[in-house]
Write a protein that binds this ligand. Sequence first.
Ligand code: TEU
Length: 528
Amino acid sequence: HRTDDWWRDAVIYQVYPRSFADGDGDGTGDLAGVRARLPYLAELGVDAVWFTPWYLSPLVDGGYDVADYRTIDPAFGTLGEAEKLIAEARELGIRTLVDIVPNHVSDRHAWFRAALAAGPGSAERERFHFRPGRGANGELPPNNWPSQFSGRTWTRVPDGEWYLHLFTPEQPDLNWAHREVRREHEDVLRFWFDRGVAGVRIDSAALLAKDPALADFEEGVDPHPYIDQDELHDIYRSWRAVADEYGAVFVGEVWLPDAERFARYLRPDELHTAFNFNLLSCPWDADRLRRTIDDTLAEHAPVGAPATWVLCNHDVTRTVTRYGREDTGFDFAKKAFATPTDLALGTRRARAAALLTLALPGSVYLYQGEELGLPEADVPLDRIQDPMHFRSGGTDPGRDGCRVPLPWSADAPYCGFGSETEPWLPQPAHWSAYAADRQSADPESMLTLYREALSLRRSTDGFGDGPMRWLPAPRGVLAFQRAGGPVCVVNLSAGPVDLPAHGTLLLRSGPLDADGRLPRDTAVWLGA
Ligand code: TEU
């Protein structure tokens, strides 16, 4: 296929720089660490890497509070290193995507500091949403908008005005009706495209535009005052024009329950792709999975955009833990501090799910550590850093359990993440069992499974973006064939099933039984 269409069937690996690899040994991951591990990513066989924010940031929300888009945070490295990293990755055949967070900036961003200093009525405040409060003395917030995290969406400053923040108070929302806000982000896109970046992940992509009246939210009333506003399409059309100058691509973080409204962003003059999070809330059940897959493909087909498949990211419970729980169908609600988890079961299912998603039409996102089969880590309460935890009053454990630094070497201090310094989040005692070096030599490891799957996906005709059709299968079994290509069978029933008579066994997620049958929670790829 055409090289400028690489994104239609790419496997894109998400790096959370703080937790990937620590090159300078200070306990925080960095760009030097990533550069040293590029050969690992090349061997894994991914097409691109998406970096969650690496810009200057107080790291209140893990870097999603950006103080300056044109500077790399000193904890991670320098702009020069980022440029080297992008070039070195490209030499290994790996493209780079950066994360742009247009909904808000850090309260340390020059614009917000200027807005605070300039006071009510100033031009500086117009780049944000500053308003007087309600109530006799302006002591009540300007509206009732619900937060994306827990807590209030408005914070009052000493001069009495309030400013809007859909996330933490340290993440003031930008005013996207302001010309300078739009121009600045187009310049930021150019800044990174000029440095060789092949694409951009757009954070909270459906939230930027706000109802100009900032009218109260009313349950069930359409349109929502800050989700999926019509102006967004105009914004993304201008962005697309910039991306097209460079042949760069977008993946939008577009959380919308309505499939048709979601698909409106996927247009030849808007976003190339958007994350499909449908699998995160889909239980481990053949009928539900089949319906989710069909719905997903049906919503993408009319707009000609490839589907994307996401089993995990830095915001959700890790896959093997989710699949090891009775209620596999939840994502954010980490309500279950203490939900019983069967990790052996979860791992079996995660292995099968890997073969399932990698065989589906479209592109696949892998979150660092997913290829190692890492479970969600139990982060001791006094070590949690995620603001989501604090804003929930401690009722929500937050997202740190999926952000614990990676284990690279089983026998090195801190599993070879860095050196002698304890990582910024503690690694659980059993972490070394998941170390990349230990898995590398083990033919049955999760890492080996991913390497083999990615290699076959590249070398076998029929994988990637293109048609698929379901094959007849017993109850509880998913079986489909890619046009002119391989067959994928996943057994979600209670017992073993016979494999269809079809070609050779390309890959299996676990051993077949003594009679050559496919055990439960196991998947295979069969050749044409
Ligand atoms: O997430 C946006 C988003 O919609 C989710 O934040 C979700 O609402 C939340 O995680 C839990 O309900 C993105 C990033 O992925 C996340 O890490 C950031 O915290 C957030 O934006 C703010 O930038």
